[in-house]
Design a protein around this ligand. Structure first.
Ligand SMILES: Cc1cc2nc3c(=O)[nH]c(=O)nc-3n(C[C@H](O)[C@H](O)[C@H](O)COP(=O)(O)OP(=O)(O)OC[C@H]3O[C@@H](n4cnc5c(N)ncnc54)[C@H](O)[C@@H]3O)c2cc1C
Length: 432
């Protein structure tokens, strides 16, 4: 007779791997299936493509002073940079005048900062008051720095302000400590979970809960389990890539659609030498005040001393540029970078790479946001289905959503719930 596992875990990102580790600690038998040929999911440190270390996905330990993965980084000797100020954006590019770059002076920088902080605070106040309205209703599109504010909401939340619930936005627990990992977030996750057995390149395509045990079907056959933890993104779940028998209840489907996976992408430029004239770990923001149709962008310049510039896109702009093609996305970032530092810098360029999280069939996006009127859908995703199907992943936590640490904690919590169902543990016990 084949093995019947206590739990099958679908996906080996931060959530699936922490669910598996928790299962091992609780003495549960488990099996992890991962569609990709690597672990880590939306954490992936790339050391090969440009000859320099950069994260294609997650990079910052968000809320780093309370993030449980910060302690793990310390234990494993993975260094990070402490940005202790509230904002790490210190340079603001405003476009060109007579062919010369114009950078904001102290007065313009302060004006931007005040405008952004006021917009952020108003969205928070509305959300905290329970106003489940679109964040866009709290913003003023005629404000001078509106495009930057819009860009920052898109980058932080993955969605456009019109699509973001103010309540969901306000629930995110932000300590404003965001510390980038020198060797990469992907490298940290890969190192910490290196000893978790995972069946790679093995997508799950059907989860059948009609019998006494759950039958999980993959390209390499079917396994049976008493419970199943699914950690794939909400967009992958909504796409029907995994067929559930019986179908997921309507209330679960509504929850998945209420918390879609938003969009974010990066373009990374590598250079043979220092070309920017900015200190390492700089994060300039850029708008073109003369061209209102040109979207704002943010950059990481010389991260950890690497001669790189990494452009960051969020929301519909990230998705649209990705769909338009790699060359279009690169040209967009390159145009702004050339305006900022002069096109001569490209004579020193040694390579360029871009990400494509929206069209990646295993993610179909970057991180989740709650839609207006749907702020309670994350909580619904944390409910078990038929007592033995549990969802985990970055879309599930109420306050640490969208993040690696949120995914990590949700994985442990799902295993505890599964163990409780199996009569093997107490729900709510954590072992982080
Ligand atoms: C560009 C970008 C920047 C980001 N920046 C940050 C940051 O700085 N800090 C931060 O905290 N977070 C950041 N995030 C978000 C963070 O990466 C995610 O929230 C987190 O990694 C999600 O983990 P997860 O386990 O929930 O999902 P995933 O990592 O997506 O794991 C799910 C896994 O399931 C697999 N899978 C899919 N379909 C199947 C199937 N049918 N069968 C089996 N396996 C399947 C996928 O391949 C994937 O490995 C960023 C994300 C992106 C894309």
């Amino acid at each position: 007779m084949s093995d019947i596992f206590d739990v099958v875990i679908v996906g080996a990102g931060a959530a699936g791997l922490s669910a598996a580790r928790q299962a091992r600690e609780m003495g549960l038998s488990f099996k992890v299936f991962e569609a990709k040929d690597r672990i880590g999911g939306r954490t992936f440190t790339d050391t090969a493509s440009l000859g320099m270390t950069w994260d294609r996905g997650a990079h910052w330990l968000h809320s780093a002073d309370v993030n449980p993965l910060t302690k793990i980084a310390d234990e494993l000797g993975h260094p990070y940079h402490r940005h202790d100020e509230g904002s790490f954006y210190r340079h603001l590019f405003l476009g060109q005048k007579a062919g010369r770059p114009v950078w904001a002076d102290e007065e313009a920088y302060t004006a931007y900062r005040e405008e952004f902080e006021a917009a952020y605070d108003i969205a928070h106040v509305q959300g905290e008051a329970g106003e489940d309205i679109p964040v866009s209703e709290t913003l003023d599109p005629s404000a001078r720095f509106y495009r930057i504010t819009r860009h920052l909401f898109q980058a932080i939340c993955g969605g456009d302000p019109e699509d973001l619930s103010a309540v969901d936005f306000a629930r995110y627990a932000d300590t404003e400590k965001n510390w980038p990992l020198e060797r990469g977030y992907g490298a940290l996750i890969a190192a910490y979970f290196a000893d978790i057995p995972v069946t790679l390149s093995c997508p799950v395509h059907r989860i059948d809960m009609t019998g006494a045990n759950v039958k999980v079907a993959t390209e390499e056959g079917t396994v049976e389990a008493k419970s199943v933890i699914v950690t794939v993104s909400t967009n992958v779940l909504s796409s029907g890539a995994i067929r559930f028998l019986p179908q997921l209840p309507a209330r679960t489907q509504e929850a998945l659609e209420g918390v879609p996976t938003g969009h974010a992408n990066k373009v990374a430029f590598a250079f043979k030498r220092e070309v920017f004239g900015l200190p390492e770990m700089s994060h300039p923001l850029a708008i073109d005040e003369k061209k209102p149709a040109r979207p704002a962008l943010s950059f990481q310049i010389r991260p950890f001393g690497h001669n790189m510039a990494i452009a960051y896109f969020g929301g519909s702009e990230a998705a649209d540029l990705e769909r338009a093609g790699r060359d279009v996305m690169i040209a967009h970032a390159r145009g702004m970078l050339g305006d900022m530092f002069g096109t001569d810098i490209f004579k020193e360029m040694s390579g360029v790479e871009s990400t494509a999280w929206t069209t990646d069939p295993h993610t179909l996006g970057a991180y989740s946001y709650g839609k207006p009127g749907k702020s309670d859908m994350r909580e619904r995703l944390s409910e078990p289905v038929g007592d033995r199907l549990f969802f985990a992943g970055e879309a599930v936590p109420l306050d640490w959503y969208s993040t690696v640490h949120g995914a990590y904690v949700s994985g442990m919590s799902a295993t505890q719930k599964a163990a409780h169902y199996l009569g093997r543990g107490v729900a709510g016990e954590a072992s982080a």
